[in-house]
Design a protein around this ligand. Structure first.
Ligand SMILES: NC(=O)c1ccc[n+]([C@@H]2O[C@H](COP(=O)([O-])OP(=O)(O)OC[C@H]3O[C@@H](n4cnc5c(N)ncnc54)[C@H](O)[C@@H]3O)[C@@H](O)[C@H]2O)c1
Length: 423
């Protein structure tokens, strides 16, 4: 962590993980390695104080951040997270991963991320609105449709994006729908956004299946997480003939070797808030989820789920990372040795940011596309991105994760080199 006074000296944490990932890419950068230090330094980090008068009259202060890790390829793009444990270092790492993800799928964006140290569940709706508006006003110095475009992340949603868009618009004296994405449809949001990440997971699954001589029809699929990402991916796998043999969420794990009906899973979530008592499936112990034999495993819930021990047990052909960071680095090496292919998060779950990009394009053009057009364009971007990463992995004999970083970092540093240094 040479030269960065604001990074902690301990070796734990997401920023250190990110730096280790950059290290693995260096041998493949050729002449561009000269520019690699750019990747290790966020371009800009803003820390803001958010004073709010609470409902009971107290004045509380919250700490907020917006980090723009890299803007070489275009405006910043990345979510805003409301969580009591968010730190500057975490936001730095998340912004760097957005730089990599946006470049890996070739969206014309840099990478950014924001956060507030707050537990939104402890705020009233009015307090949440005040926190959001003051934060937006404070970071208004550096965001904008052609500067940096926030989006929802953990504990933020369409309503919060609507307040952000309104605050920014009030401050500049004009309605600026393109300043954030993930907005409600009536405010310039995009069709297809809700299922886009799960759709992208399925599309890359289908692409890799072709290259590995695996059939989707009849394939066995296990999914961890049946929320936005997991349910949409499972639904598409089932639609194309795969069997969803196991699903795990916060409420428990269910299993049926003959396949669990998607409608039964949705019905259980609607009825109980979780899949544990889903009809037509047997309840099994949570840890047994990792022993089930499948062709596809889709972690789509939390980070750090696949550690070294689980990596030795998993019996699947392909892991599609719907979640961000579900596989630990030591597990990655074990899976590679065992011949289990991992499609990394920066490609597998990039469908969400891709449709966010479509939302921004539609807002700028004030011309809106049909859901069918959106899905077709999304599929094309995912297919091209996956093909490039697959080719790079074959060419160098490296994992898809390292290949995705090679593709992304080459694009980022080529842009840096072409632009040159100012002054
Ligand atoms: N939503 C997106 O567009 C998007 C885009 C990129 C990445 N991601 C990532 O995908 C992951 C899931 O996001 P989401 O939007 O589907 O969230 P979500 O809140 O809609 O769903 C999360 C799911 O995980 C399950 N879960 C929670 N705790 C669990 C536990 N201990 N064990 C097993 N399952 C558990 C929940 O029950 C739920 O089914 C996250 O890592 C997120 O960062 C989401």
């Amino acid at each position: 962590m040479s030269g960065l006074s604001y990074v902690s000296r301990s070796n734990a944490g997401p920023w250190t993980t990110y730096l280790a990932q950059v290290e693995r890419v260096l041998p493949y950068l050729g002449r561009l390695e000269r520019w690699a230090e750019t990747l290790r330094r966020p371009k800009r980090a803003l820390i803001v104080d958010i004073p709010v008068e609470m409902d009971d009259g107290r004045i509380e202060h919250f700490e907020g951040y917006r980090v723009q890790h890299n803007l070489s390829r275009g405006p910043g793009k990345g979510g805003v997270r409301f969580h009591p444990d968010v730190t500057l270092e975490e936001v730095m790492a998340l912004s760097a991963w957005m730089t990599v993800k946006n470049a890996a799928v070739n969206l014309p964006y840099g990478g950014a991320k924001g956060g507030i140290r707050v537990d939104p569940k402890k705020l009233s709706r009015k307090e949440l609105e005040k926190v959001t508006r003051r934060y937006t006003s404070e970071i208004g110095l550096i965001i904008g449709p052609d500067k940096d475009i926030p989006a929802p992340d953990v504990n933020t949603n369409g309503q919060i994006m609507a307040w952000m868009m309104d605050t920014y618009s009030m401050n500049i004296g004009a309605t600026a729908t393109g300043v954030v994405t993930g907005k409600p449809i009536e405010l310039g949001g995009s069709l297809g956004r809700f299922k886009s990440t799960g759709r992208g997971v399925f599309v890359v699954g289908r692409e890799i299946a072709q290259r590995m001589d695996l059939a989707i029809s009849g394939a066995r699929v296990a999914v961890q997480g049946f929320g936005n990402v997991g349910s949409a991916a499972a639904e598409l796998f089932a639609k194309y003939g795969a069997k969803i043999v196991a699903v795990q969420d916060h409420s428990g794990t269910v299993y049926n070797p003959a396949g669990i009906a998607i409608e039964d899973l949705y019905a259980a979530v609607q009825r109980d808030g979780g899949i544990a008592d889903c009809a037509g499936a047997e309840r099994i112990a949570d840890e047994d989820f990792w022993d089930i034999e499948t062709e596809f495993l889709v972690p789509a819930a939390l980070e750090s789920q696949i550690d070294a021990a689980r990596a030795r047990r998993i019996k699947t052909r392909v892991i599609l990372e719907g979640a961000n960071g579900p596989t630990l680095p030591e597990a990655d090496d074990i899976l590679a040795e065992r011949g289990i292919v991992v499609v990394p998060d920066v490609i597998a779950n990039a469908g969400g940011v891709t449709v966010s990009y479509f939302e921004w394009v539609q807002d700028i053009a004030s011309f809106f596309w049909t859901e069918d057009e959106i899905n077709k364009r999304l599929d094309r971007i995912m297919i091209e991105a996956f093909a490039k990463v697959w080719e790079t992995a074959q060419q160098h004999g490296i994992t898809l994760r390292t290949a995705a970083y090679v593709v992304a970092c080459t694009r980022i540093l080529s842009a840096r080199e072409d632009r040159g240094l100012y002054p």
